[in-house]
Design a protein around this ligand. Structure first.
Ligand SMILES: Cc1ncc(COP(=O)(O)O)c(C=O)c1O
Length: 449
């Protein structure tokens, strides 16, 4: 057993943490978590907190899901690894492909390509889209358009799609031919427009203007999260994604729905696309696919795209793409168990009800504290945007955010501080009492200002 002093002494000394400055981590080392159970995590000091981050939008079934643990354990004993490159496959990957086809059939998805996580799934989607257009003989269709606040992972393609320059700037040049339009973010947008429906319309107009300036026959796909997650939980007007679909159809552009966060019930529907009544051409999934118990993702492909590639009879249809862990049997076993539990517990319905309670509670806090500028949410994804003052909307500084954050932790709730936002994305198994606990810990946190 490693002594806790060893952990403290070596914390952030030998590995670089994602999405952080290494020097900051050395100066202000991260919280060491050593245990997790049900919906709670415990730090090295023995302090227990309700995990209102849900791992990282992925531990939808909590940390004590016995069926997933058993499935992983059984699979490790039967066959811990098997590749799925040409000429070989495994039973669990086949079974999972069947289940995923069933799960996403309502979204128009017919085929699955297994990946190792969300970034893989997005880059797979981008590559398959370019391949599709080559198979169709439309070689000029290579460009992508995305939302300015969107997050699509950290591989070169996905990072180039990210709307926030923090994820691109230090690594540029990125993939060429990628453009952004304003996100339907009512609190801050270039149009100074607070009405969600009018804002949605203005964003759509920007899209059409961009398509026309680039040449519609050069655009391969539009990429969006049905609800922007990491970019600050931006819930668009209900018409937004449907209108994006219409514009894509008008110009023959494919629509990629990045469902890495939204899929499997988080929004209160089984997928974000279904929430808005849209059928995309490609969907990307990861995170809750295995409940966070194993790194795995997938790219889902509609009938139109799969038909074109399957019917191709020259080398353009060959999938020169794949990962060592595409269809890993342990991941597939974990996913099969996670899907069964997700379905059995009807997590989408719970997310919808608990999410409504959470949003109500957060909005009450907004009326109480002038530093809460905006509250956004749908299902069990929510954000509080912290400002210096509601009048000025000036984003709160790091010190203010971390002071509140610390108090919330001390009150027994872990939220995620991202810039001047608190992001709340708990497991989908939480109860009304858990929601009350989150709101009351935040209340205490904000009361110290
Ligand atoms: C919408 C979205 N797409 C892609 C990714 C990348 O997933 P991963 O971190 O598993 O590579 C994320 C991660 O948060 C995400 O939120």
């Amino acid at each position: 057993m490693i002594h806790e002093n060893f952990l403290r002494e070596n914390n952030a000394r030998h590995f670089w943490h994602p999405m952080a400055h290494p020097s900051e981590m050395l100066e202000n080392p991260p919280m060491i978590i050593t245990k997790a159970e049900n919906t709670e995590v415990q730090n090295v000091d023995g302090h227990t907190m309700l995990d209102a981050v849900g791992g990282l939008w992925n531990v939808n079934l909590g940390y004590s899901c016995e069926p997933i643990k058993k499935a992983i354990n059984d699979q490790l004993n039967t066959m811990p690894y098997c590749n799925t490159f040409r000429g070989i496959t495994n039973d669990k990957a086949i079974e999972l492909s069947y289940k995923l086809k069933e799960w996403f059939y309502a979204d128009g998805m017919e085929k699955v390509f297994f990946t190792q996580g969300g970034s893989d799934s997005i880059d797979t989607a981008m590559r398959l889209v370019r391949q599709f257009w080559k198979v169709k003989g439309m070689n000029d269709r290579v460009k992508f358009i995305a939302l300015s606040k969107g997050y699509h992972g950290t591989h070169y393609g996905g990072a180039s799609l990210c709307g926030d320059p923090r994820f691109r700037r230090n690594y540029e040049p990125g993939v060429p031919g990628i453009f952004h339009i304003p996100a339907p973010y009512t609190y801050r947008n270039p149009f100074n427009e607070e009405n969600p429906e009018i804002l949605s319309e203005k964003c759509i107009q920007s899209l059409e203007a961009l398509i026309s300036s680039q040449g519609s026959d050069t655009i391969a796909a539009f990429v969006m999260e049905p609800i922007v997650g990491s970019g600050g939980v931006i819930v668009p007007h209900e018409s937004f994604m449907r209108k994006i679909r219409q514009i894509c159809d008008k110009y023959g552009i494919l629509l990629i729905a990045d469902e890495v966060i939204c899929a499997f019930g988080r929004t209160g529907e089984w997928t974000g696309s279904r929430l808005w009544g849209v059928k995309p051409d490609i969907m990307t999934i990861a995170k809750a696919l295995t409940g966070g118990y194993f790194p795995m993702g997938a790219t889902l492909i509609s009938g139109e795209i799969s038909d074109a590639i399957e019917k191709n009879n020259d080398s353009l249809g060959m999938l020169g793409h794949g990962y060592t862990n595409s269809g890993n049997p342990v991941g597939a076993a974990a996913a099969l168990a996670a899907l069964e539990e997700t379905n059995k517990l009807n997590l989408a319905t719970n997310a919808k009800s608990r999410g409504a309670e959470l949003l109500l509670g957060l909005n009450k806090l907004k009326t109480k504290y002038r530093v809460i500028g905006d509250v956004r949410g749908k299902g069990l994804m929510a954000a509080i945007e912290i400002v210096e003052d509601q009048e000025t909307k000036k984003p709160a500084n790091k010190d203010l955010v971390s002071k509140i954050y610390k108090t919330v932790c001390e009150e027994g709730v872990l939220v995620r501080a991202s810039g001047n936002n608190f992001i709340i994305s708990p497991s989908l198994i939480i109860t009304k009492e858990h929601v009350n606990k989150i709101v009351s810990a935040l209340d205490k946190g904000f009361s110290i200002i």
